[in-house]
Write a protein that binds this ligand. Sequence first.
Ligand code: FAD
Length: 118
Amino acid sequence: PSRKDCPADTEALGRSTWTFLHTTAAYYPVSAPTSTQTQMRNLLSSLSLLYPCVPCAEDFQEKVKENPPDVSGREGLSRWLCERHNEVNEKLGKESFDCAWKSLNERWKDGPEDGRCD
Ligand code: FAD
């Protein structure tokens, strides 16, 4: 049976949230104006407080405290998120993602060169 219309579990919620965050970073201004930087800082801070998986939220708050978000522009924000996502990957025993700009861009914005996502 398909779980398509079931309430989100930790995995589904996580996948959707990472999709939102990495995609938002991929379309974030290359160089963000101060007001946009404030909005992004607020978004990440609110997310860390409101995320509806309590152990996930608590860990994320800690990590954000240790590594304040780089909200300066697209590349910095994308890399910052990639590093935070890798910290969760490591905790869960998942493979680490290559945070090089090309890999991030392929995965979250332009798709691979072979065109299979076009
Ligand atoms: P996901 O980890 O959801 O990744 C989705 C896709 O993103 C991958 O298929 C890959 O293509 C890409 N990707 C993977 N790593 C990166 C990266 N570093 N940068 C860019 N793209 C990447 N779950 C828990 O069990 N415990 C927790 O404490 C926990 N904390 C979380 C905190 C936050 C803020 C979020 C958003 C999620 C958290 N999760 C946590 C959920 C967890 O991270 C995964 O989303 C979930 O386990 C599903 O994993 P997945 O293998 O489907 O891929």
